[in-house]
Design a protein around this ligand. Structure first.
Ligand SMILES: *Cc1c(COP(=O)(O)O)cnc(C)c1O
Length: 380
C-alpha cells in the first residue's frame, strides 16, 4: 500500500538500465538515510528482515546451544534464524494488551543459559513491558534483540523503537511499514556490534541478478494489483506481463525449518533505490495509519471489543489495528467486507505463523491465535 507510481517508474528504469546495479554507494546511502531517520548510529541493509536477524545473531556472537527467548506468537522465520544458528529456543507467552512478551512469564523462563531475548513490537504498537524487559535483561547480562518489523517508526518517550536494545531488525517485505517487496535492515548504536554486522555483510553476497529482477517486477505487479485506482482491470493486465515473476515471502522449505540455499544476501543498489524512495514517504503514510486507527478505536467501543493498549509515553504507527473478536469471525472474515467495506487480516493464524501447530505453555498466545484479527490502516 505504500507503493506509488514513482516507485513503479523507478523499478522500470532499473529494469531498462542495469549499468548501476553494482553501485555500492547507493546501498550505503540508503543505510545512512535509514539510520538518520531512525535515530540510530548504524544501519545495514539485507534481502529480508530474517537475514537481518541472522546478521544480528552473528553480531551478538550467539553460539550453538545458547538459549534465546522468543515470543510464542511470531513468524516462523524468526525462530528459523535462531534454529539455523543452532540455538535453543525458549518460547515465552505474550500479553493481550499489545501482544508483546509478558514479563511475568519471561522472568520464569530465564535460565543461566539464556543469552538473548527478542522483544517484538507488533502491529505498530510499542510492546507493553518494553522498558521493564530491558531492565531485567540488563540485570541478568542478557542481550536484547528488538524485532521492529511491524513497528518501524513507533516511538517510546520520543525515541524510535529499536534504539534501546543491543541490536534490532526491520523488514521492508510487502506487508510492512514501507516496502522493497522483500528487504530488511539491522541497526545498532554499539560500535563493536556494528563492526560485527559489517563483518557479516562482507562475508555475504549481494542479491543476485535473478532475484533483483524478480523484486523489481513485483514492485510493478503489486502497485497495479493492490494500489492503482483502476486495479480491478489493470491488475489482470499487470499479471499477464509480470505475473511470472510473482514472489512469495516464505517458501515451503522455510515453513519446514529448512534453510534455503539462497538465504543470506545483502541488498543490491536497485532495491536500495526503491527503499530510499519509500523512506521519503514513510512519515506521511504512518500519519495516515494513525488517523485510520481512530476509526477502528471507535468501532471497538461501539462493538464492545477492547482496543489495543497504547502504553504511556508511546506513539504507535499502526501497521494494522489488532482486535480480539469471536473465533467464528476470525475463521470467516467476509462479515468485514459486508459491514465495514474492508478486507481484514488474520495475523497470526498459528503461534509460528503460518505453520500449523502450537507452542507449549503460552495460553495468551493461543487466545490471540484464535481471536486476533487486524484491521487495515491504509485504505484509499
Ligand atoms: C515480517 C516479519 C519478520 C520477517 O521479516 P522478513 O522481511 O519477511 O524476513 C519478522 N518478524 C515479524 C514480526 C514480522 O512480521
Amino acid at each position: 500500500m505504500t507503493l506509488d507510481i514513482d516507485d513503479v517508474d523507478l523499478a522500470r528504469h532499473q529494469l531498462d538500465d542495469r549499468s548501476d546495479w553494482d553501485n555500492h554507494e547507493t546501498v550505503a546511502h540508503y543505510e545512512r538515510e535509514f539510520a538518520v531517520w531512525n535515530g540510530s548510529r548504524y544501519a545495514f541493509a539485507f534481502m529480508s528482515g530474517r537475514v537481518a536477524l541472522s546478521a544480528c545473531i552473528h553480531a551478538l556472537d550467539l553460539k550453538p546451544g545458547d538459549e534465546v527467548i522468543v515470543p510464542g506468537y511470531t513468524c516462523i522465520v524468526v525462530p528459523n534464524a535462531f534454529h539455523y544458528a543452532g540455538m535453543k529456543i525458549i518460547y515465552v507467552d505474550i500479553e493481550l494488551d499489545t501482544y508483546g512478551i509478558d514479563i511475568t512469564d519471561l522472568s520464569r523462563k530465564i535460565t543461566p543459559k539464556t543469552r538473548a531475548i527478542t522483544i517484538q513490537h507488533l502491529y505498530g504498537l510499542v510492546s507493553r513491558d518494553y522498558l521493564k524487559i530491558l531492565e531485567l535483561a540488563q540485570i541478568h547480562g542478557i542481550k536484547v534483540i528488538e524485532d521492529c518489523a511491524h513497528s518501524t517508526g513507533a516511538t517510546m518517550n520520543s525515541i524510535k523503537v529499536g534504539n534501546r536494545g543491543d541490536v534490532s531488525f526491520y523488514s521492508t517485505e510487502q506487508s510492512k511499514i514501507i516496502t522493497t517487496v522483500q528487504g530488511g535492515l539491522a541497526t545498532t548504536n554499539d560500535e563493536i556490534i556494528a563492526k560485527r554486522l559489517r563483518e557479516y555483510c562482507y562475508n555475504t553476497s549481494p542479491t543476485n541478478d535473478h532475484l533483483t529482477e524478480y523484486l523489481l517486477n513485483n514492485v510493478i505487479l503489486n502497485y497495479y494489483s493492490y494500489k492503482h485506482p483502476q486495479r480491478w482491470w489493470l491488475g489482470d493486465y499487470a499479471n499477464l506481463i509480470h505475473g511470472k515473476y510473482r514472489l512469495i515471502s516464505t517458501t515451503a522449505e522455510e515453513e519446514h525449518g529448512i534453510k534455503p540455499s539462497n538465504y543470506g544476501m545483502t541488498m543490491r543498489a536497485p532495491i536500495a533505490r526503491i527503499g530510499l524512495n519509500q523512506l521519503r514517504k514513510i512519515d506521511h503514510y504512518n500519519v495516515r495509519r494513525v488517523a485510520t486507527a481512530t476509526r477502528w478505536r471507535s468501532w471497538c467501543e461501539e462493538q464492545d471489543y477492547s482496543p489495543p493498549l497504547v502504553i504511556q509515553g508511546s506513539d504507535p504507527v499502526f501497521l494494522r489495528y489488532p482486535v480480539l473478536v469471536e473465533p467464528e469471525k476470525k475463521k470467516d472474515t467476509r462479515w468485514a467486507i459486508d459491514q465495514l467495506g474492508v478486507n481484514i487480516g488474520v495475523w497470526y493464524v498459528s503461534n509460528l505463523h503460518p505453520v500449523p501447530g502450537i507452542v507449549a505453555d503460552c495460553p495468551n498466545a493461543d487466545t490471540a491465535v484464535a481471536h486476533c484479527v487486524n484491521m487495515p490502516c491504509l485504505i484509499d
